[in-house]
Design a protein around this ligand. Structure first.
Ligand code: FAD
Length: 477
């Protein structure tokens, strides 16, 4: 028996469960795999540290207060001193772009016409039509074709493993849509926000000494025996009060509330018998496969200075690799002294079939790209591939409508809540923020005398919930 059963032990499920535990609720987390973390998996191989999924966290939302509460500050690491630029592939070579806002205008990788068009953005009239636009349509209209094809397409592929032509601007970059509405211009909005002291979110990246898996590992330590790994949930049945969660191998659990924190297609399967409409909405969110190819080299094998975060390739370059991270430049301890590590990302919405290729073919692709673009020579000293059959959720046109249906679940099935990377953003910090919001909704629901009462789970929230704040009443460390 439990007050709350959380299904899924990734960042979303663990963060929700931890926040609920801190509120004194009896929580159980059921995780299908034998280890927690979901996408967040770090592996030490010799002196190298491979991130199979996320490799850095953006400092925004609730993630900082959570990591403070978990006492993770002393193992935190920030970007290495050599990170001076990010690179974009254009016309078959790498162009370094400094990490400051004016860099796109000063860099020579765009034509003069393209740069002048970018600077003309404040003169572009505000859009009146209400219909949702793709990221590509919005950015072509505001910033011009060249910037959209070279920079925006690369960025969305790097951030969401998606394509600018398929993603919804409103669902993917709601702050920029709001800026256009409010200021009539993105550049004007950015400048005014800076002048008023507001920082643009997500500019500071960090990790931990032992990798991103530190976060799920420490959350799991705090949750202790409340976590059952190697337990897959097969079905959820509604009872007169609460739910019966049926598992494969660990029996049935009677619970007052359920939080589903799985990938959207699993959420759809679990809801099929409870709410066909919500299950259908979840099934519409695609998560194209993605592969990570991790290669270690002796420093002397790479001609390039590797003085940046990595490189991104726009779709127009027609490359097999979407982009790569210079892992050991980002965080110095990711490779032994005298060696470097690189991670190439292949597949996603741009080329899903490539992500399913066998490991040796993917390694060959990454090696050819690194030879051509970075001057890599000879055999890598280490080569590993991680295939993610279910990659990142694509926030396509209509995603907001799907979320409206999904958020309706707690009204139709009181006590049932959903969280995960298809709600408020795919990043680790967005998952944590949505998870804490979900925990607040669950505990509000459970504190009502009349459990028939419904608690709206709608997002966005005006302010990210924080650990240690009055709203969460924590302090359980
Ligand atoms: C290659 C890659 C690189 C990334 N890079 C970054 C990055 O640098 N920075 C960043 O912020 N984000 C990054 N992300 C995104 C981020 O890692 C994810 O969005 C986030 O970790 C998702 O967490 P989650 O808990 O919502 O889902 P998941 O991690 O997918 O967790 C879902 C969990 O549910 C479990 N489950 C499924 N079915 C069942 C069942 N029936 N019963 C019980 N359990 C079940 C699964 O086993 C899994 O553990 C990256 C993602 C990928 C794939």
């Amino acid at each position: 028996m439990a007050d709350v059963t959380v299904i899924g032990g990734g960042i979303s499920g663990l963060s929700t469960a931890y926040a609920l535990m801190c509120r004194g609720l009896r929580v159980i987390v059921l995780e299908r795999q034998t280890r927690v973390g979901g996408k967040a998996q770090s592996e030490r191989i010799g002196g190298f540290l491979m991130e199979h999924g996320p490799s850095s966290v953006t400092e925004e939302g609730s993630v900082s207060s959570l990591t403070r509460d978990l006492d993770l500050e002393h193992t935190r690491i920030t970007l290495g001193p050599e990170v001076r630029r990010r690179y974009i592939v254009a016309d078959g070579r790498l162009y370094g772009i400094a990490v400051h806002p004016a860099a796109f205008v000063t860099s020579a990788f765009m034509s003069l016409t393209g740069r002048l068009r970018l600077l003309a953005e404040p003169a572009v009239p505000r859009r009146i039509a209400e219909a949702e636009e793709t990221v590509a349509a919005f950015c072509r209209r505001r910033f011009g074709i060249e910037f959209t094809e070279r920079v925006i397409d690369s960025l969305v592929c790097g951030m969401f493993a998606g394509t600018a032509e398929n993603l919804s601007m409103l669902a993917t970059f709601p702050r920029l849509v709001e800026m256009e509405r409010k200021y009539g211009s993105i550049l004007k909005g950015v400048v005014l926000s800076r002048l008023s002291g507001k920082r643009m979110p997500g500019r500071r990246l960090f990790s931990w000494r032992d990798g991103i898996a530190t976060l799920p590992t420490v959350l799991a330590q705090r949750l202790g025996a409340r976590i059952k790994t190697g337990v897959a949930v097969r079905r959820i049945a509604a009872r007169a009060r609460g739910f019966l969660v049926k598992t494969a191998g660990a029996g049935d659990i009677v619970t007052d509330a359920v939080v589903i924190a799985t990938q959207p297609h699993v959420t759809a399967q679990l809801l099929d018998n409870l709410d066909a409409e919500v299950a259908f909405a979840a099934s519409q969110i695609e998560t194209p496969p993605l592969a990570v190819v991790y290669l270690g080299y002796a420093r002397s094998q790479i001609a390039h200075p590797l003085d940046g975060i990595g490189f991104l390739a726009p779709g127009s370059e027609r490359r097999h690799v979407n982009g790569a991270l210079f892992c050991s430049t980002m965080f110095e301890t990711r490779a032994p002294h005298g060696y470097v590590s690189l991670a190439a990302y292949i597949g996603g919405d741009r080329a899903p079939s490539l992500a399913r290729l066998p490991s040796h073919e993917l390694i060959g692709m990454a090696r050819r790209q690194f030879a051509e673009l970075l001057g890599a020579k000879g055999e890598p000293v280490l080569a590993r591939v991680r295939h993610w059959q279910c990659g990142l959720p694509q926030y396509r046109i209509g995603h907001r409508d799907l979320l409206a249906v999904l958020n309706g679940i707690s009204g139709r099935q009181p006590g049932l809540f959903l969280t995960g990377n298809y709600f408020a953003g795919v990043s680790v910090s967005a998952c944590v923020t949505h998870a804490l919001h979900t925990a607040t909704c669950v505990s509000t629901f459970l504190s009502c005398e009349d459990r028939g009462a419904t608690v709206s789970q709608s997002w966005p929230h005006s302010e990210a919930p924080r650990f240690g704040s009055n709203s969460l009443q924590l302090g359980c460390t």
